[in-house]
Design a protein around this ligand. Sequence first.
Ligand code: GAL
Length: 430
Amino acid sequence: MNSISRLAAVISLASLFPLSVQAADSKGTVEVVHWWTSGGEKAAVDVLKAQVEKDGFTWKDGAVAGGGGSTAMTVLKSRAVSGNPPGAAQIKGPDIQEWASTGLLNTDVLKQVSKDEKWDILLDKKVSDTVKYKGDYVAVPVNIHRVNWLWINPEVFKKAGITKNPTTLEEFYAAGDKLKAAGFIPLAHGGQPWQDSTVFEAVVLSVMGADGYKKALVDLDEKTLTGPQMVKSLTELKKVATYMDADGKGQDWNLEAAKVINGKAGMQIMGDWAKSEWTAANKVAGKDYECVAFPGTDKAFTYNIDSLAMFKQTKDADTTAAAQQDLAKVTLSENFQKVFSINKGSIPVRIDMLNKMDSYGFDSCAQTAAKDFLADAKTGGLQPSMAHNMATSLAVQGAFFDVVTNYINDPKADPEKTAKQLWASVKAAK
Ligand code: GAL
């Protein structure tokens, strides 16, 4: 999208924001900007809305469609600039610190609730550091997503004569060839930049391992970004792209997930929010669908933690501090953590819950995710997702997105030149 059409989208979306309908007996309103708009995501966010309303507060929905959240972030910026930020917004990773450093986040509003609810004990330090600014909580973490998953329709695999889930890139290509030959879309994929980079980072993780991934996509090390392993990653990415849905250009991730669910496609590379679509379609993990680590990445876990950051409010704003505090309290409550993640496809962010997942009725995918999260945290296999705002600033992420999407779409693109270009763009954005 060019800058003018992006601005037009912002203006038209901003004007669509719902008016607040606060009942006379409401204890206060909280407006929440988020991008959970697919069927499964909406089912999950409705759990939060219902709980806030049960507590007597009014939920003002600031949903902005667009997977990965870049449109939501544009809307958020324009609202902040015009002095009208929402009460809470879905912001992640290093971006939380950037927002906090502008002075727009509220460093006081979560003080008491985080103490009363013992957040420092409930959360891993890595997580609490992400949502604190200079020692104060400015956001509440909601859940943990794993990004490096491959979703499989076993019925389609069977029809195509595939007898084993792929665990290496070679097996992945072999499965892709069989799916193609049997008339299926091998890989459901929407060609939006964040989806392209979701696949790119999975391939980097597969080729380079967690250490190489960290050097390239987290530390932004020049040697690694331009070296032979990156050239190999880009070469493999081009091969993976030959299996992507030919009709997937610009397509939303959930519409592509539907192709796997409906038996038109065999696989999708996507974070476990994809599971929310399977759940919404009443499909059962391990029976109707399989979740496996993207080939070659079973000892690693690229994480993506959703968080709701609290904005300072003007006197005449709808959102009140009491409503922000209730939202935060509900978010880390045990029952919400369970029900939300079951709907969303994620796992709880509370350490105590991750250690006893089976007692909450989580399915096999979530149990594997929790087990791997805890194990990979000890080995260095746990790494922040670049494509989902956890590893770099949004500017650096944007540089990756541009180069990766151009590379996938340019039939003449050269992996060696692209690796150099990656570094040049990242360096300029740093
Ligand atoms: C991610 C976000 C998830 C999910 C996904 C697709 O960035 O963390 O919660 O919404 O985008 O929209």
